[in-house]
Design a protein around this ligand. Structure first.
Ligand code: GLU
Length: 304
């Protein structure tokens, strides 16, 4: 039997003493205030056993990890129609790249880059009466934790400096792929990205994605087919222009965010989240990627 706790302890002690930690994201000013010495990891297995090490209960800005959660909610609301407005191909480009969007007539490459997530946000706004609250409630229900909330300061900070997201939303609007107005959609998008969660809460939120759509409390959030599709997207598109490297080193579907979080999962077996705020050159958590590579190597388990 694999001793997950021993493996996580080893990973955390390496990461907490690492000297090369990567660089904290500063383009959202509020994120630059985070302490770069933090490291947390939490794993929950398919029998709901929990293992953790380091700062695994500390809240951080989940940023792009939220794109998987908004996608899950949008898929359950509109089903296959979603794919008329967003493609499912990796972009091979940074998360905020714009040129492909223009070349491909306003259809974002996938729902996990910014332009794609902005279209998903637009779909949620069109289909929910009180979009921000209902999205927040969806995440609280997935996690069975009503303490989860937006970080209003982070959302405000991103709004003030979100020039590229405004550019993407305006391009989408010019191609007719945004039904609501740019301000409303970006207000929702900045709030969803500002969600504050811990590694341990993230593993609960992502549990249905490794458990055929069913959360820890037994409620079904997604069909088996939807779960398959979300995992395929995380594997091929979850790490900006480093999805190949993550699959190569770690071998799990997952999603990162510029707040330094990563969630990854081994379908049917476990869900794991890491947090280390320093990013590598591609915008993924440096120590988080290294930690997950160590996990799949030490356990000799991956999807391959
Ligand atoms: N809110 C961030 C942005 O749109 C998310 C980036 C990320 O985590 O990849 O720039």
């Amino acid at each position: 039997m694999i001793d997950y706790q021993e493996i996580l302890d080893g990973i955390a002690s390496n990461c907490l003493t690492a000297t090369e930690k990567g660089k904290i994201a500063t383009y959202i000013p509020e994120l630059s205030k985070v302490d770069d010495s933090k490291f947390g990891i939490h794993l929950v297995d398919n029998s709901k056993n929990n293992y953790s090490a380091g700062d695994s209960d500390e809240l951080f800005s989940i940023q792009s990890i939220s794109k998987v959660l908004s996608l899950g909610q949008a898929m359950s609301l509109v089903g296959e129609d979603l794919w008329k407005r967003v493609d499912v191909e990796p972009s091979g480009d940074p998360f905020n790249h714009l040129s492909l969007l223009e070349m491909e007539n306003g259809i974002p490459r996938n729902p996990l880059i910014n332009a794609g997530a902005i279209v998903v946000a637009d779909i949620l706004i069109s289909n929910l009466e009180n979009p921000k609250l209902e999205f927040l409630n969806y995440v609280r229900e997935l996690t069975n934790d009503n303490s989860i909330n937006f970080d209003i300061e982070v959302a405000k900070s991103e709004k003030e400096t979100g020039y590229r997201n405004y550019a993407a939303a305006n391009l989408l609007k010019s191609y007719g792929n945004l039904k609501n107005d740019v301000e409303t959609v970006l207000d929702f998008y900045f709030h969803q990205c500002s969600l504050k969660m811990s590694c341990s809460q993230l593993t609960k939120a992502f549990y249905p994605f490794m458990n055929k759509g069913v959360c820890q409390q037994g409620k079904t959030f997604l069909t088996v087919r939807q779960e398959k599709r979300i995992n395929a997207l995380m594997l091929t598109c979850g790490f900006y222009d480093e999805a190949g490297e993550f699959a190569f080193e770690v071998g799990l579907p997952g999603k990162s965010g510029v707040g330094g979080g990563i969630v990854a999962l081994l379908p049917g077996k476990y869900c794991v989240a890491t947090w280390a705020p320093g990013l590598n050159a591609k915008g993924n958590s440096k120590l988080g990627m290294e930690a997950l590579e160590k996990l799949t190597t030490a356990t000799a388990q991956s999807i391959f």
